[in-house]
Design a protein around this ligand. Structure first.
Ligand code: SDX
Length: 428
């Protein structure tokens, strides 16, 4: 039975179809609103506006539910691997062993980046933020593979670009880190698995072999799974809208990287550690900082807290908090920042200001502490987020292209000057 909503305006009423998703979410389809009523909708930050219908990820913010292609994040984090989850997100199903082996082997063929790209690194200042390096190199991949710029993409051509992106992102990311450290770059080693190869490129030195630690590989693999997709967040929406102009996949992903960089989004994991270190330097007391976070006249926010969708615990934060304890114990690392983080969480979760606004720890609150324990520097935390989110961005772009979605072009309500006559500069 058709479901609809009725809008009454200026003595007329307009019927608009209501669509229902497979998890019973409902939306008013306003495609005909302007042509029938002359009205558009306005929703700054798209807080209540759906941009698409998607089969990739489902979130329930009130229940704290996150599922990739129907599989609960708790199960995938516990039982799957990042490469298997990447395949699931991109191709829509869990792979057979043969499919997964082919996916992994195809990616291994492309882990090198063109030798000419080494010059890019030499052009950057030594302290270049790795996100700026990664964003520009990912976009520059499109200039090394001009065929990727052809909007009439065959599925084989898209698959080849997907393999190249999945393969080269770890290399570009690790080399951005080496640039930051002023260390020589380490080339990919295809004998290693995806996470092991990345860690080796990050931490091996010509003079010193990197000792692979299975606990570190497992923890990083889990973190990448937890970051792999999150429906229409800021950076994913950016990837989709850039791709909707028929821009190539490399440049669409590059746009997602820069959108993720913001401290209100993926940059929050770096901001959380910087906040915890500031509190530590200030004596470690959390009450003062909770008061600052609540003070409307203070720009300080409790980084890693709050979420546009989750009005309950971010399920990823729960998993990361447990993994944090496990990794620190396994590695014998005692990080005082985790005590400060737990103190902040304890006070905030019992404070009416945070409770009334449903502000809970999000994915970024504890992740930085694990990255730190794994020896990854703060400036690389958001790159780690991008590395994890890459298959999600790819899956969302691929879905948008396969559905032939129209170019994204929102409306606006103009509130500027209406009629002004030009006056020559002499008379102004
Ligand atoms: C990610 O969208 C995604 O899915 C993102 C992500 C993903 O996987 O892609 O989950 C990853 O980006 C997680 C979020 C990381 N960002 C942070 O941790 C930064 C700190 N948090 C916020 O700035 C904020 O909570 C946002 C940006 C995450 C959400 O902001 P909203 O939805 O626009 O909410 P808002 O800013 O309108 O806040 C509502 C109220 C306001 O108070 P009032 O005006 O009602 O009095 O809550 C307050 C805010 O001042 N508030 C906070 C707060 N977050 C919101 N107050 C203090 N500290 C905070 N962290």
């Amino acid at each position: 039975m058709e479901d609809f909503a009725e809008v009454s305006y200026n003595g007329k009423s307009f019927k608009l179809p209501v669509i229902t998703g497979t998890e019973n979410e409902k939306a008013i389809d306003i495609a005909t609103l302007r042509s029938s009523s002359g009205l558009v909708t306005l929703d700054s930050g798209f807080k209540n506006t759906g941009s698409t219908k998607s089969s990739i990820t489902f979130l329930d913010g009130e229940q704290g539910i996150l599922k990739y292609r129907g599989y609960a994040i708790e199960e995938l984090a516990e039982k799957s691997t990042f490469m298997e989850v990447a395949y699931l997100l991109i191709y829509g199903k869990l792979p057979s062993q043969q499919e997964l082996d082919k996916f992994n082997n195809n990616i291994k063929q492309h882990t090198l980046i063109h030798e000419d790209m080494r010059k890019f690194f030499e052009a950057y200042p030594s302290k270049a933020h790795p996100m700026g390096v990664v964003a520009s190199l990912v976009c520059s991949l499109s200039t090394f593979y001009p065929e990727s710029q052809n909007p009439n993409r065959s599925s084989d051509a898209v698959d080849l670009t997907i393999q190249r992106l999945m393969a080269k992102m770890p290399t570009i990311s690790a080399w951005a880190y080496k640039n930051l450290m002023g260390h020589p770059r380490i080339y990919p080693n295809n004998e290693l698995d995806y996470v092991g190869n990345f860690l080796n490129m990050m931490f091996a030195l010509p003079s010193q072999k990197y000792e692979m630690n299975s606990a570190v590989v497992k923890a990083l693999d889990k973190l990448l799974i937890l970051h792999a997709d999150h429906e229409q967040n800021c950076s994913t929406s950016t990837v989709r809208i850039v791709g909707s102009s028929q821009a190539n996949l490399y440049s669409s992903i590059s746009a997602g990287v820069v959108a993720l960089w913001g401290p209100l989004h993926g940059g929050a994991n770096q901001a959380v550690i910087e906040m915890l270190e500031k509190i530590q330097a200030d004596g470690g007391g959390v009450e003062k900082w909770i008061a600052k976070a609540k003070d409307k006249n203070d720009t300080f926010r409790l980084m890693g807290f709050g979420h546009r969708v989750y009005k309950n615990f971010d399920p990823r934060a729960k998993i990361i908090k447990k993994a944090c304890d496990d990794v620190l114990k396994e590695l014998g690392v005692h990080d005082p920042l985790i005590e400060i983080a737990k103190g902040l969480e304890e006070v905030a979760l019992n404070d009416p200001y945070f409770k009334e606004r449903n502000l809970y720890p999000n994915v970024d609150f504890y992740s930085g502490i694990i990255y730190k324990a794994l020896g990854i520097p703060t400036e690389m935390f958001t790159v780690m987020f991008a590395l994890g989110r890459l298959p999600g961005w790819i899956a969302q772009w691929k879905e948008m292209i396969s559905n032939n979605e129209p170019i994204g072009r929102p409306r606006q309500i103009y509130i500027g000057d209406t009629e002004k006559k030009y006056v020559s500069i002499e008379k102004r």
